[in-house]
Design a protein around this ligand. Structure first.
Ligand code: AMP
Length: 401
């Protein structure tokens, strides 16, 4: 069975076609960008063949999906003979609100609920719906599945998800912590337990998904019990360009001082803050390290703030869980940045961790134990694969429907 995994944004479509019997293996992946602009961009990477790139106007998602489907079946850079070889589609959906605690087959009712969440995810959910509608028109006979970033965190208890505001705002507007990166947190926790031959139902785990967006999750017996992102993905640790936890009083003060509109305040918190804002150099950790090494004090400071933030969450989630058996690093930074892992993991002996910095220093982009053999609790680097999770959930739902 071949599954097309789609992540549709407001002006982009990311895709992967996976053959599930053969591994699963990725047959092709790519991205359609700048949909709606005068010059759109299309990049298609078929496995074992030359990359195909094109710059052309891509007026809407329908035109974008058309390009993807043509490329997949193209004589030269295609990987399947006809569209009939696509058996199902799995969509990454950013926000499932309180409606979805797991992945589901897409039906008209499911689409209505995704649309209902558009109000709290205006940048993402409308674009996902466009992707679903486009696929329904282009490949009307195949099943489509929705996989939500939020669903893994639907097990949070009320004490973790409620904010300290009038309860009516929760009832009326669903103002609560939802959490994101759920597919990644769940995937790496399960993968690590499999590698360690542990039963996840018996373990207390803290997962650190550290990338352009970062979030930390406390997992007890396989269930998410707290997570650092909130009502939106701007909360939690300092990120690439997102501010993370910020005193609302400070934000209101800035808005007043600079006369910011709501939209400008959103841009300030999401795009102009984080390690980019602190350093003035970059949101990319490789560039931050390079600047810090060449003596840039603000880049150094940005890295220190980031690591301090992550460590603080690890400590607070150890308290939430009443101890911890396993600490996991994943995401672009978590999988590759040994300096960040080392700063976060050092001096945590009081929690039972003994960090092996020798192994840490040479670990990049792979599954690896980073604690010493005599460490009471384990530290690991685990590679995440959100597309694979979407494909596996899609397969499972399609096979059991
Ligand atoms: P992601 O959003 O998961 O793709 O992660 C992107 C982040 O990972 C960026 O800040 C990158 O700088 C960082 N990253 C990727 N590779 C490395 C690396 N080798 N060393 C340090 N940071 C890295």
């Amino acid at each position: 069975m071949n599954i097309l995994v789609l992540n549709c944004g407001s002006s982009s479509i990311k895709y992967q076609l996976l053959n599930m019997q053969a591994g699963p293996v990725v047959l092709a992946k790519g991205i359609v960008e700048k949909i709606g602009l005068a010059k759109g961009a299309f990049t298609h990477k078929p496995e074992g063949k030359e990359k195909y790139e094109a710059t052309l106007p891509i007026p809407d998602h329908m035109a974008g999906m058309d390009l993807v489907l043509q490329a997949l079946t193209d004589k030269q850079h295609g990987v399947i003979n006809s569209l009939e070889e696509i058996n199902a589609a799995g969509h990454r959906i950013a926000h499932g609100g309180e409606y979805f605690s797991q992945s589901v087959l897409i039906t008209p009712e499911v689409k209505e609920k995704i649309a209902a969440c558009s109000e709290i995810a205006p940048l993402h959910n409308p674009a996902h719906l466009k992707g679903i509608d486009t696929m329904e028109r282009l490949l009307p006979t195949i099943p489509q599945v929705a996989v939500f970033d939020t669903s893994f965190h639907q097990t949070l208890p009320a004490e973790a998800y409620l904010y300290g505001i009038d309860y009516e705002y929760y009832k009326k507007y669903s103002i609560r912590k939802f959490g994101f990166h759920g597919t990644s947190h769940k995937f790496v926790a399960e993968k690590a337990c499999k590698l360690l031959e542990w039963k996840i139902e018996e373990k207390k785990i803290i997962t650190c998904h550290l990338g352009n967006g970062s979030s930390i999750t406390a997992i007890n017996k396989g269930k998410s019990v707290d997570t650092s992102m909130g009502f939106t993905p701007v909360a939690g640790v300092v990120m690439g360009t997102r501010c993370g936890d910020l005193d609302v009083g400070a934000l209101l003060y800035i808005c007043e001082k600079r006369g910011l509109s709501t939209a400008e305040a959103v841009a300030f918190a999401n795009k102009e803050s984080g390690v980019m804002g602190i350093s003035g150099v970059s949101s990319d950790f490789r560039e931050l390290h390079a600047a810090a090494e060449s003596g840039n004090e603000r880049a150094k400071l940005a890295l220190e703030v980031f690591c301090y933030n992550v460590k603080k969450y690890v400590g607070s989630y150890a308290a939430v869980l009443n101890g911890v058996d396993l600490l996991i690093f994943t995401g672009g930074i978590g999988e590759n940045d040994h300096v960040v892992r080392s700063i976060v993991s050092s001096n945590l002996e009081f929690l039972g961790f003994r960090f092996n910095d020798e192994i840490n220093k040479v670990t990049r982009g792979k599954d690896q134990i980073l604690s010493t053999p005599d460490s009471k609790a384990v530290i690991m680097s685990i590679t995440t694969d959100e597309e694979l999770v979407i494909a596996l959930d899609t397969l499972h739902i399609v096979q059991t429907k």
